[in-house]
Design a binder for this molecule. Structure first.
Ligand code: IFM
Length: 695
């Protein structure tokens, strides 16, 4: 299955960079072309390597681009940025994880094939071919581009390249003192002349006449850290990669029948989740995947609440790794709690390798004055801690792998409870005041319904498992009685007489306007809408599902009538300004039998990275990139929404509800170490069977 785009438009370079991304859970290589440089956001992004330059934001590090190639003729530069081609096409084979380009000029044809290995995790490769259409003279420059695209860099205080026999050895030291080493091997059927460093490119030059039908071949293999597979050759390496990548697909099989476009978007969403898997890493998945340095390459609640369930259904080992990451970063969460005067674990809103909060107090800027705007994501979005504790239990629920609890899971849950206890305002009832719920447009609110109920969910788990805490949690200042006492006193926002749950205290009194009216009040297209001075802050307009997140993501006693009333009420106020929103509404709409809406909302999530009009700015800050949580939401909208899979204490149930344009759904899911294959027909009848290993 392929994503293909023809033609070239300069304004699409950045969105195509996201759309055609290759990655393997360790490295992400944007879908740019060989002649592009940092102004086109060419980047090789690394998972788990972060750096801070001076007082700028600490962010993930991009490595030098190993795939730079520029072909020049006598009077022409064969670059899309300089010469118009006769024909140009880029394509991403999402089944194999291979990117290709084909650009035809009058006298030569350029094509390339690129992969980031799913098998040999430190390997990336490109095969670059030039075919003569007419005989002509060429000068080709190629090598490692040391002029790196960075948002808050430069991150390498030292960069050095040398030739080591037939390899280029790069060594770099980041400002934080981390050493990076990589090797690049370039093979060609033409002579390669070393150039050393020219115009920030360290590499080679080829001078040659190309004849009609002659092919110049250049294979570039890049290996980070070691020199383990660099000599294996392009053909063998790409074959190994495709085999490993196809295997990932096998467990993630989910197909929509009878609706080609919807199915393609679903497959494309799954692709973006598969390229982030690395079973050998205990790092988690950043909110923008490996598409660059946006959001500082940080991990948000996106992983636990959206992506983790996808991985639990398709690759439980990797789902586990994302939670081990939270266990390993517990000390960062404890430090954050202490910094703000609380106890326990207050997880970072934007978390990197060590779990230390990276979200700035001024996380967006005013696009007109360029002045930073005070935001409260870091200090008030306390639901992050509960989301993590709940995800640990959800993982166990889906997999039955309780070992995670004894490896630090219990401690996380206990420390999270301790944090909320210290945050409570204790009157007759206990309140969580001065918080920010999932909807980020309303800051510093009291009793956000989602956050309070989330704490109740976690508290109940804490009570249920309290006697087991003894095995791993050494210090237990809160007794089981304390937990029970909090549970009875915790204020829960119940539905009012109209069945509506108020998002937070006073929400219903806010100005009753819709997102379009509020947007029309912006001074500038990039204006940040949230916060005290944002146009949405004093209105009912919400950025993303909030009460609906409560009704879909949390345990609660409310029936379909409550869901319907709240869906109908909040839907017109929801901007879906966050990529996490539409899938929640899609899941709700499926339950409510609003199938056209469920379908359209699913398409909004699944198609998020396929357009060229993505939301790229929050205030003046660039926030573009891929959206794996939205991809996961799309997957869940199909599996849990249309297919109607529901996991409960006794096992699972299936209650399909297909939207009219869908003829059927087929797919696999893993539950408690068993894999099942489900086949849903148009009339919502279905079959299910266990998949045996040699099936
Ligand atoms: O975690 C989300 C948040 O809910 C909305 N703003 C973007 C974040 C990262 O995706």
């Amino acid at each position: 299955m392929k994503l293909v785009k023809q033609g070239f438009k300069k304004e699409n370079i950045v969105s195509y960079g996201n759309m055609f991304l290759l990655a393997n859970g360790r490295y992400g290589y944007r879908g740019t072309l060989e002649e592009y440089r940092k102004s086109e956001m060419t980047s090789l992004n690394v998972l788990g390597l972060y750096d801070k330059y001076l007082d700028k934001w600490r962010e993930s590090v991009n490595l030098p681009n190993p795939f730079y190639v520029l072909v020049k003729g006598k009077n022409k530069v064969y670059s899309l940025l300089e010469s118009e081609p006769v024909k140009h096409e880029v394509s991403l084979d999402i089944t194999d994880g291979v990117f290709t380009r084909e650009t035809i000029y009058e006298d030569i044809e350029i094509s390339s094939t690129r992969f980031v290995s799913s098998k040999d995790k430190n390997i990336l490769g490109t095969r670059y071919l030039i075919k003569g259409i007419k005989g002509t003279e060429l000068k080709i420059n190629l090598g490692l581009d040391l002029d790196i695209y960075e948002i808050n860099g430069p991150h390498f205080k030292e960069k050095k390249c040398t030739y080591e026999k037939d390899l280029i050895l790069f060594t770099g030291t980041t400002n934080e003192g981390k050493e990076v080493r990589s090797y690049t091997k370039i093979n060609s059927n033409k002579a390669l002349n070393s150039t050393n460093l020219v115009n920030d490119i360290f590499g080679y030059e080829i001078n040659s006449i190309i004849h009609k039908d002659e092919i110049i071949q250049i294979d570039i293999i890049h290996e980070v850290k070691e020199k383990e597979h660099i000599n294996d050759g392009f053909d063998k390496l790409v074959e190994r990669h495709i085999k490993a990548f196809n295997k990932l697909w096998d467990n993630a099989y989910l197909e929509i029948i009878g609706d080609k476009d919807a199915n393609f978007e679903l497959q494309y969403s799954i692709y973006h989740l598969l390229i982030l898997e690395d079973n050998t890493s205990y790092h988690s998945v950043p909110a923008r995947g490996l598409s660059g340095e946006t959001y500082k390459g940080a991990i948000f609640w996106d992983t636990e609440m959206f992506m983790m369930p996808f991985y639990a259904f398709t690759n439980p080992r990797f789902a586990r790794n994302t939670l081990v990451y939270r266990i390993k970063t517990l000390s960062g969460a404890k430090k954050k709690a202490e910094k703000y005067g609380y106890k326990g674990a207050f997880y970072a809103w934007e978390s990197q390798d060590d779990g230390v909060e990276q979200c700035s107090d001024y996380n967006v800027t005013d696009p007109i004055t360029n002045q930073p705007i005070r935001t409260y994501f870091a200090d008030k979005q306390i639901h992050i801690s509960g989301d993590i504790a709940l995800a640990i239990m959800r993982y166990i629920f889906l997999t039955s792998d309780t070992s995670l609890l004894y490896e630090g899971g219990y401690e996380v849950i206990y420390e999270v409870i301790k944090f909320y206890d210290s945050y409570l305002t204790k009157k007759d009832k206990y309140h969580l005041n001065d918080v920010m719920g999932p909807d980020e447009y309303h800051e510093r609110v009291n009793d956000n319904a989602y956050t309070n109920l989330l704490f109740k969910n976690v508290l109940k788990l804490g009570i249920e498992y309290y006697d087991d805490f003894i095995y791993t949690v050494k210090e237990r200042t809160l007794t089981k009685e304390d937990l029970n006492d909090i549970l009875t006193k915790l204020y829960i926002v119940e539905p009012n007489n109209d069945g509506l749950i108020e998002q937070f205290e006073g929400y219903f009194k806010l100005e009753d306007v819709t997102p379009n009216i509020v947007k029309a009040r912006k001074r500038n297209e990039k204006d940040y809408m949230g916060g005290e001075n944002g146009v949405a802050g004093k209105t009912r307009v919400i950025k993303q599902a909030d009460v609906l997140s409560l009704l879909i993501l949390l345990e609660h006693p409310y029936d379909l009538d409550i869901l319907r009333k709240n869906y109908d009420f909040y839907y017109p106020y929801t901007e879906h300004g966050s990529s996490l929103s539409a899938s929640i509404y899609s899941l709700a709409a499926s339950k409510l039998n609003k199938l056209d809406e469920a379908y359209n909302l699913f398409r909004k999530s699944s198609g998020i990275d396929l357009g060229t009009e993505q939301k790229m700015y929050a205030g003046g800050i660039y926030i573009g990139g891929t959206h794996p949580a939205s991809n996961a939401g799309a997957y869940l909208s199909v599996l849990l929404g249309f297919m109607g899979l529901w996991i409960n204490k006794d096992g699972y149930s299936i209650n399909p509800n297909l939207p009219p344009s869908i003829e059927g759904i087929k797919g696999k899911f893993i539950h408690k170490n068993k894999q099942y294959l489900v086949n849903v027909k148009k009339d919502n009848s279905y079959t299910i069977r266990e998949v045996k290993q040699n099936d």
